[in-house]
Design a protein around this ligand. Structure first.
Ligand code: ATP
Ligand code: MG
Length: 382
């Protein structure tokens, strides 16, 4: 197996916050970093010795990225296959295009999971308003999601009454959607798995996640799940990573349903927002683990050495009369600030996060929630 040692160069499709934090880890370990992103001012630019500014589907640019580096990975799954394949002709692409092909279409992803025996809530692939109405009739409350291109709850509509089904289809405006039964959740969790080219795998302990309006608000690790839930969630996540043949990272988002069962929500073959706390909590952060996995180095320990939690900072925080009082929250015990270097603070845009550690997961979470509350009050708005 080829190992890319420090001194090698890693190419990233995507220079958003995930690419930036992964690039920081790569830099810390002595790697050089090149980035391809459509935005010339992308957050990872500050870490990259070369930035290629090009659309995701630009096959020549993708090939150029790969020619200049030893190995290519990604922070985003929506790269068109032709661009991935163009890159893969010049350098190992980890994970491989086949993984992205399954994951980047929600309908295909769900069908793959079902065909491989992984647990899912009831769903239907819908291609018209009539299909959507039929799904709503079958499921009662449901959530309709565009098959491709959605994130942070975008490209989705919730249907609680039958008459909302056709407008939901129209409002999304995608040719193919997935309608899922709206599940009664007792918790949301995720499991991050790393897998190296020789098949070695390491899973992180499950993270407990809280979403507001479809967007992650906070995550905490350890997530406080019992042994049976933890074992089952880990088994599911490792099973998926293995059967998909992922090299790199795979985040598996799961629902713990009211009846006690676990079902897979969705997959992300890259670093994930719900493991930003791994930088504070775990022996090896998800970002360093990505570098190790794609470079063929031994994977790092995933144990939690100190409970930690994060709270996302969305662009809305900057819309108040006052600037957020970062100095004030940094005076709080255990709290740290992470900003991604994004210029424009648009509503809903992920600008950064707060993190906090504590002697226990409850303390870490209380600290970060309190810090966030103070920060939002300091703006005099929202
Ligand atoms: P992201 O990219 O941020 O993970 P997304 O746009 O891909 O989000 P989903 O993960 O599909 O969206 O859904 C976002 C959130 O909406 C979930 O984390 C959950 O809180 C809620 N949700 C989604 N599907 C269901 C469902 N079938 N039943 C109940 N709640 C759901
Ligand atoms: Mg999600």
């Amino acid at each position: 197996m080829t190992v890319f040692l420090p001194g090698s160069t890693i190419g990233f499709f995507g220079g958003g916050q995930l690419g930036r934090m992964a690039a920081m880890a790569a830099r810390s370990m002595g790697y050089d970093v090149h980035v391809l992103d459509p935005d010339a001012h992308c957050p990872a630019r500050a870490l990259a010795s070369q930035t290629i500014t090009a659309p995701w589907g630009d096959v020549d640019a993708a090939a150029r990225l790969a020619v200049g580096v030893d190995v290519v990975t990604m922070e985003i799954e929506k790269i068109p296959l032709a661009a991935l394949e163009a890159a893969g002709r010049h350098a190992p692409l980890r994970p491989a295009p086949g993984v992205l092909h399954v994951v980047q279409d929600r309908a295909r992803q769900k069908e793959w999971l079902r065909n491989h025996g992984f647990p899912l809530g009831p769903f239907r692939v819908v291609r018209s308003a009539d299909d959507t109405v039929a799904a709503a009739r079958e499921f009662g409350a449901c959530i309709v999601k565009a098959a491709s291109g959605g994130y942070d709850g975008r490209g989705q509509a919730r249907v609680f009454h039958l008459e909302e089904a056709a407008p939901a289809w129209t409002s999304i405006g995608a040719p193919v959607c997935v309608a899922e039964q709206f599940l009664d959740l007792s918790a949301e969790l995720s499991v991050m798995v790393a897998r190296s080219p020789n098949g070695e795998m390491r899973a992180y302990p499950p993270s407990r996640n809280h979403h507001t309006d479809g967007v992650l608000s906070w995550s905490v690790i350890p997530g406080g799940f019992d042994d049976v839930e933890t074992r089952r969630a880990t088994e599911i996540a490792c099973g998926i990573a293995e059967q998909l043949g992922v090299i790199g990272l795979l985040a598996v988002e799961l629902f713990l349903v009211e009846d006690g069962s676990l079902s897979v929500n969705e997959l992300a073959p890259r670093p994930h927002n719900s493991y930003h706390h791994s930088e504070r909590a775990c022996v090896t952060s998800q970002f360093e683990q990505l570098v190790r996995a794609v470079c063929g180095l031994p994977l790092g320990d995933t144990d939690v050495v100190r409970p930690a939690a994060i709270y996302n900072l969305l662009g809305d925080l900057w819309s108040g009369a006052e600037a957020p009082d970062f100095a004030g929250v940094l005076a709080l015990p255990g709290v740290r600030l992470h900003l991604y270097g994004k210029g424009e603070a648009r509503a809903g845009r992920k600008m950064g996060h707060l993190s906090a550690c504590g002697a226990g997961a409850d303390t870490a979470l209380e600290r970060v929630v309190d810090a966030y509350r103070r920060l939002s009050l300091s703006t005099g708005g929202v």
